[in-house]
Design a protein. Structure first.
Length: 84
């Protein structure tokens, strides 16, 4: 019988199978600060859900957010302004 020891020993390390992340975990994966991630959530740029009183970011939403940034950059717009 194999025991899963990946619990809380190293949160966020090698736990790509977690479906919903805390804001802190999402920030760590994105390489951003926690406050900025809360701003992205508030503005609607990064999707999040509430579970009871908890705020969680679905893991697939991180990839969607990055894809949106890459799409904006490849189309010549960043933050809604056109590149000159």
């Amino acid at each position: 019988m194999t025991m899963d020891t990946g619990g809380d020993e190293h949160p966020g390390d090698g736990q790509d199978d977690i479906l919903m992340l805390t804001v802190k975990e999402a920030a760590r994966r994105l390489g951003l600060g926690r406050t900025l991630v809360y701003q992205l959530i508030s503005s609607g740029e990064l999707e999040s859900v509430t579970v009871g009183r908890l705020r969680r970011v679905p893991a697939e939403c991180l990839a969607e957010y990055v894809a949106t940034l890459r799409g904006a950059r490849s189309s010549g717009t960043v933050d809604g302004s056109s590149a000159a």
